[in-house]
Design a protein around this ligand. Structure first.
Ligand SMILES: [Zn+2]
Length: 322
């Protein structure tokens, strides 16, 4: 399971890891960064399997490979927050410091993986820094986090950086269809994910997303035949989805970009919502560009916490223009 062959995209990162293994130039600490769902933990696990494998090849047969795949390799420690949501000074002292001087039991290295390490307090980072400053030869740290700027410069300077990037949308789609997700759903989720495999997988199995998308497309598609008063009534419907505004805006945004693509190319291969092709081809909206602008503006306003009802009311008024 944990094989570089199963990592989508990010070839440069894989090449760097392979080279460091080949040249025996493994760092003591790595920062693995990139947005949520991008595969930070997966690529880390693939690298760890190779590092710990008796043949350095993730053979799958040696004790290290087998115990690692089963999740009970004694020399790979996933440091977890015990009290608060994020790793604290106590977590670093109790789970890392105490263990870090003990040699690996069976493997070449003793490896610590810290997820959401970018959310550690300065005190926790300083406690970790003390260990990173003079690590015994057998220690390797993987610090995973979305925002590299949150790490202390003194930590960053001691780490090799692995920056995980989104992958091309057709590759996400291919991955989804190989995992028995239908063509239409794979097309929608790969576009919405913007190259983020984790997000695409999550959307594809999220019943709430599927229902929400149907509802929102139904509403915005009926807006053209609405008078102002009726259009405004839909604000309440959108309020039900208030907790997932990013997805709400994605649904609205990709609907209108589909309409624009189809109108300007007459070619369905550029369409995200292939399941709604009939609605898209029938649409004769003439104000698509001003609608896209209004969507972007509303998204920006709401990210600044402006009033939801007010912002959505004015957005719906623009979307109902014919
Ligand atoms: Zn092995």
């Amino acid at each position: 399971m944990f094989s570089f062959d199963n990592v989508i995209g990010n070839r440069e990162n894989i090449l760097n890891m392979e080279m460091s293994l080949k040249n025996k130039k493994v760092f003591h600490s790595y920062i693995v960064t990139g947005e949520e769902g991008i595969g930070k933990l997966f690529i880390t696990n693939c690298f760890i399997k190779k590092l710990q494998c008796e043949t350095n090849d993730a053979c799958g047969n040696c004790y290290s490979c087998r115990s690692f795949e089963l999740g009970n390799n004694p020399d790979v420690i996933y440091v977890k927050p015990t009290k608060a949501n994020n790793l604290s000074v106590d977590d670093i002292r109790e789970q890392v410091k105490l263990n870090s001087s003990i040699k690996p039991y069976t493997c070449r290295y003793k490896i610590f993986v810290l997820e959401n390490a970018d959310k550690m307090t300065v005190a926790a980072q300083n406690a970790l820094l003390k260990i990173l400053e003079e690590p015994p030869n057998f220690l390797i740290f993987f610090l995973l986090g979305e925002n590299i700027k949150n790490f202390l410069p003194t930590i960053i300077s001691r780490c090799a950086i692995i920056n995980m990037k989104p992958v091309p949308i057709p590759e996400v789609k291919k991955f989804l269809t190989q995992n028995e997700i239908s063509e239409d759903l794979a097309q929608i989720c790969s576009v919405y994910s913007q190259g983020n495999i984790g997000r695409a997988l999550k959307l594809a199995s999220d019943e709430k997303f599927i229902v929400m998308r149907e509802k929102i497309i139904e509403i915005i598609n009926s807006l053209a035949n609405c008078n102002v008063a009726n259009a405004l009534l839909f604000v309440n419907e959108f309020e039900n989805f208030k907790d997932d505004l990013k997805t709400v805006f994605d649904i609205i945004y990709f609907w209108y970009t589909d309409l624009i693509f189809f109108k300007s190319t007459n070619n369905a291969s550029f369409i995200c919502s292939t399941d709604k092709l009939e609605l898209i081809t029938k649409n004769n909206d003439k104000k698509l560009y001003s609608k896209i602008n209004a969507i972007e503006k509303a998204k920006k306003y709401l990210s600044r916490n402006t009033n939801f009802k007010l912002t959505f009311s004015s957005l719906l008024l623009v979307l109902s223009e014919v």
